[in-house]
Design a protein around this ligand. Sequence first.
Ligand code: M6R
Length: 619
Amino acid sequence: MCGIVGYVGPEASEKAIDVVMDGLGRLEYRGYDSAGVALVTDGTVVTEKRAGKLTNLRSALAAHPPADSATAIGHTRWATHGGPTDANAHPHRGGADGKLALVHNGIIENFHALKAALLADGAVFTSETDTEVVAHLLDRAYCRTGDLTDAMREVVERLHGAFTLLAVHADSPHTVVGARRNSPLVVGLGEGENFLGSDVAAFIGYTRHAMELGQDQIVTITPDTCSVIDFDGTPSDGKAYEVTWDAAAAEKGGYATFMEKEIHDQPHAVRDTLFGRTDETGRLVLDEMSITEDELRSVTKIVIVACGTAAYAGMVAKYAIERWTRLPVEVELAHEFRYRDPVIDHQTLVVSISQSGETMDTLMAVRHATHLGARTVSICNTHGSTIPRESDAVLYTHAGPEIAVASTKAFLAQITASYILGLYLAQLRGGEYGKVAAEVLTELHGIPDKIEALLGSMDRVEEIAYFMSDTRSVLFLGRHVGFPVAMEGALKLKELAYIHAEGFAAGELKHGPIALIEPGQPVFIVVPSPSSEHGLHGKVVSNIQEIRARGARTLVIAEEGDEDVVPFADEVIRVPHTSPLLAPLLTVVPLQVFALHLSTAKGLDVDQPRNLAKSVTVE
Ligand code: M6R
């Protein structure tokens, strides 16, 4: 929820502030209501922090340039305890001498009790945060032990909740110590310099050598060393890996916003997620699938857990996986799953979907499923993040870094990966769809070109968005796999344009929502392909007529050549033909583009919408 950066360079280095500010710039998507840095310099720790976006901190640093430093930590915040003020911004200091500074991502659940004890012992607090409690505890522990790592070990034992912590102390000027529990932290390994970050974007401009940290671990970096211990002090080896993308992938690449760039990245996201997953005979081979084939064959039920956009990808997956495997598939919001005593056993396959791999609700659902004996598979976009680490198997999406808060390319990559999983299970189980897996895959390989063509024809959608910039409410209708697409279209609009938007199953219309239709009400309708089974196409065309008759302004997303919709559409937005089950990979694109441009037309911040952060790492 917050972004954290740490850096230690060679003694003579002056670049700590630049590295940390650069890292914060790349992590700002994680939280952007205040930001701060702490630099170890000349036997002291200097901090600068400001409420508001990173630009405020940049201006403050420009007005008062800090002294040169080789060691620094930084933080960009999404407020939980205490509003977004200068005082509540991180880093926090502990102790009267101001020699220690700390940044924190997560929530310290027992901070009230800890704070009461510290107050009784004379501690003076300057913020309303839970973090400052940890800073005081750490300072006291350092005074006792004289060692920042030992002090961190002592303190983490007393904390409940989720946290990533980074600390520096003026008396250990070439050291940054980090700790993590239920919250992300990765190491960047450089030459004569080392880095810490909430994710690899923090240091991707400097090194692609990264190291995963496990749960409940403490890491100590100096310019030339990196050592890891468990909370109980046992030495541990982190798992080193190479980041497969470079700094350019985390930049806007000439687009005005990250979201626009990421929408245009979508053909690559789908292509790269499909890449390398078949052998020379065309059969799917999933190297990362570390659950045995026999175990997968014995699965009797699949439960998909996810939140937000990832949950809509899960809803699309349900239609496809059930169809191809004949296994029952349930989709559940991760935060609901855990608290309703779900019926799960060792023959249940629980599939989590998460772009970040750090969403706390989804992580907790995976843990709950493991506790109940289920096998777990994670569909995830972030290498080495917590959810895949704690799952029995992982199917990585290869969308590249997604920086905009509103998820776009991750959604398409998640749907693609879930199709791959469904086809793989079908292949293992034999039966009708095992045989057609190759055909579906061939069609999937053609999708990126279709997305590209579609993206080239979005001018009218952009115009419509600008005309509708003062619209107060937009409805979205869809049926079958078009239903989750409608929900996703509504979510994008809520997130980005802050207007009322709702997605409905088109079949539900007459059961209530049609009462919302009044003259001029804009409604997007995601029309199934005319080749859909069970007369679905005709049913949705009837829905369009029903709402048009009541004055709705109908914005119809329909396949090329579908002329049935024309008489009832105020606007027709064409998508290329594809099999009905694969259509969401295309039909959602105009809705993403619409939300992007409506937000832009309203002059809003597309990449960093209000109140949101990219990954929700608290429950
Ligand atoms: O990182 P995750 O995929 O687990 O995140 C899940 C949701 O928080 C996320 O999809 C959210 O709904 C997006 N802001 C939607 O655009």
